[in-house]
Design a protein around this ligand. Sequence first.
Ligand code: UDP
Length: 342
Amino acid sequence: MARHPAPRHLVVGGAGYVGSHLVAELLSRGEDVTVFDDLSTGHAAAILPGAHFVRASLADQAAVDAVLADGPWHAVFHFAALSLVGDSMREPLRYLRRNIGEGLTLIDSCVRHGVKRFVLSSTAALFGTAGDGPISESTPIDPGSPYGESKWALERALAWTSRIHGLRYAALRYFNAAGADAQGRLGEDHAPETHLIPLTIDAALGRRPPLTVFGADYATPDGTAIRDYVHVTDLATAHLAALALLEKDRDAVFNLGTGSGNSVREVIAAVERVSGRPVPHTLGPRRAGDPPVLVAASDAIAAATGWSPRFRTLDEIVATALAWRQAHPRGYDDAMPDSRAS
Ligand code: UDP
């Protein structure tokens, strides 16, 4: 009997934090995976053995076309973007030009090469001023930052290419990705690190200066900002749930969180509980562009696909992040150089 090859998946930005965890899920299901990444923020050591690797930038149109021409691709996943709200408030045009321009380059190449399924990493930052309640897919879009604006522009571009060219798309609006691969292979390693959970863990471990809490004067129960922390492996499984809808010729636009929020002070308390160490911290001013509360209503993806987060508590999420940071004090710099990277 003829054996059918496994469907091939292209993961653009697959050496980054969320992308690498998706690659892990795809590989665990026996899929054929190619990572396209320029390693500007990703890590060669985050590309698991078994994945193919093309080192190139989305700014390089010829390289993008070459990899798309090397199809057929069952699906293209797009994780490669500048992703810091605060930076985007300082450099709005860099964020808009890079994220929108490079995203359009990729989408255009997908259309020209007959790709049928595209999954975009989108963001809760579409809902900049959404108020205090859970944010659903019908909450009005109002990006609070150029970063959010850039993702909204790509969602709109994909809505048009689905309608006109039949490129079915998922836009997954991540709330706060957190935690690390439960098998300890992958974790969160940004340079510079700006995210709350790794900074809080490092402050507890005495590896960084005390944490600065950005704003303790919000109209929230304890005065600090509230976010919906969702485990990065749960985000990865949500991509596969959304892909199943695209395979039925449907588009899939979903907010992705756990449905409950935690304040900065609650994150500090969780890290103290899980690590058994105090978190030295000081109170500072608010960070520009930060909304007070961002919590997802995740019922839509649950109803459409059956997806639900497996890591349900902040302590479980923090435990995986702590384990990875304890095993990798210098992040991926502790890993062996990856001889497959070229
Ligand atoms: N935060 C903080 N101190 C820090 C980093 C972050 O108080 O050193 C706060 C930030 O203002 C936000 C929350 O922690 O309310 C989560 O921020 P993060 O940068 O992790 O994710 P974002 O919500 O910006 O995507």
